[in-house]
Design a protein around this ligand. Structure first.
Ligand code: GLU
Length: 409
């Protein structure tokens, strides 16, 4: 299971349905630019370690490249290519004037000290300084990268440029050019589109059961938002444990436990279950909020949820998509469900380049005004073309990318 093969299959499926211009399809079948670097870091114990780093600039038909940087031991070039491609689609889905890019470093950041992490983050910027910039390519957080890391990166870039260049990365801390609402934006966007879908089916939020895989920024905030809105969150998973209680979990207590112990393991009053069981639970909503390739042809048939809300990028393989479509599971795809993050990143960038900062209410209002109409347009497209929401999202996005490519010639 290669994420980039999956991404290309998704592209081809939607391209066929809209009769996508051949030249546009050819261009979208490989990235515009791939940059690789080795980052030598002096570790705290005096030894030298070299980390492999990437930036993939996939497509810039609609604007500067945009997309996060992932620090994870399983990063590889094909994964970064897939993630960069999905960013181009995602920006087009929500209509923000950006292209798609992604970066990564092969590293287990949990094994680094704070000083080592800072060195690595600054080294990344020095290695890629020629290709990034507020008008060129704007990175952001992704798996295991944080606002603090973005602050180091913006600081390093500003030093190299000899002037403040806050718009070079988004997802920064509030004290240094960050936007209100950026931290919760990915979950918030997913929450809005799920609520729309729930309404479409004439269901009531109250007591709908939820399982969430992943308890990082997106998963934990989604758990909180859903719990507060009346959904019943019955299962949560992080990289160390999966906890389940059919009566519902006390999210405030779970978050306090995670903060104190850095893990969900050992939380009292729950059953610890396997990953297989997590995906088979009798829940209404399943939220993959971790990594790629989690829902596959092996487990897709066992999914009982009515909705799958992809806060993770690429959690579902093309085979699994087909099985779930047949089984009438509504998959709200990554390129729509988690697009709130890049949307507020775009707002952050607008605030940086205009040096004019918005209130939390303004950010939230603008986010809603992007997410809900995008959802409606895609829902309608899916109904019209009798297809799934992922294919419909790709159809909308590819059409926008094709139009930009066409006028540019
Ligand atoms: N890493 C996030 C994503 O996959 C956010 C990207 C951004 O804000 O540029 O959508």
């Amino acid at each position: 299971m290669n994420a980039y093969d999956n991404a290309l299959r998704q592209l081809e499926k939607a391209a066929k349905l809209i009769n996508l211009d051949k030249d546009v399809l050819t261009r979208l079948s490989s990235p515009e630019k791939v940059v690789m670097a080795s980052l030598p870091i002096r570790m705290d114990d005096g030894s030298l370690q070299v980390f492999q780093a990437y930036r993939v600039q996939y497509n810039s038909a609609r604007g500067p490249y945009k997309g996060g940087i992932r620090f994870h031991p399983q990063v590889d070039l094909d994964e970064v290519k897939a993630l960069a491609f999905w960013m181009a689609i995602k920006s087009a889905v929500v209509g923000i004037p950006m292209g798609g890019g992604k970066g990564g470093v092969i590293v287990d950041p949990k094994s680094l000290s704070e000083a080592e992490l800072e060195k690595l983050s600054r080294a990344w910027v020095r290695a890629f300084r020629e290709v990034i910039g507020p008008a060129k390519d704007i990175p952001a957080p992704d798996v295991y990268t944080t606002p603090q890391i973005m602050a180091w990166m913006a600081d390093e870039f500003s030093k190299l440029e000899g002037k403040p260049s806050l718009g070079v990365v988004t997802g920064k801390p509030l004290e240094y050019g960050g936007s209100l609402g950026r931290g919760s934006a990915t979950a918030m966007g997913g929450f809005y589109v799920l609520n729309q879908a729930v309404e479409k089916l004439g269901l009531k939020i109250n007591k709908l059961k939820v399982a969430i895989q992943g308890f990082g920024n997106a998963g934990s905030i989604m758990a909180q938002l859903m719990h507060d809105a009346g959904y019943k969150v019955v299962a949560l998973a992080d990289s160390r444990a999966i906890i389940y209680n059919d009566k519902g979990l006390d999210i405030d207590k779970v978050i306090a436990h995670k903060e104190a112990t850095k893990s969900l393991a050992g939380f009292k009053g729950v059953e610890e279950i396997t990953k297989e069981k997590l995906f088979e639970l009798e829940v209404d909503v399943l939220v993959p909020a971790a990594l790629e390739n989690q829902i596959t042809k092996e487990n897709a048939k066992d999914i009982n949820a009515k909705f799958v809300v992809e806060l993770a990028n690429g959690p579902t393989t093309p085979e699994a998509d087909e099985i779930m479509y047949k089984n009438k599971v509504i998959v709200i795809p990554d390129v729509l469900a988690n697009a709130g993050g890049v949307t507020v990143s775009y707002f952050e960038w607008l605030q940086n380049i205009s040096n004019n900062y918005w209130t939390e209410e303004e950010v939230d209002k603008e986010l809603k005004e992007r997410m809900i109409p995008s959802f409606e347009a895609i829902w309608q497209m899916a109904e019209e073309k009798e297809t799934d929401l992922r294919t419909a999202s790709f159809m909308v996005a590819l059409d926008r990318i094709a139009q930009a490519s066409k006028v540019r010639g």
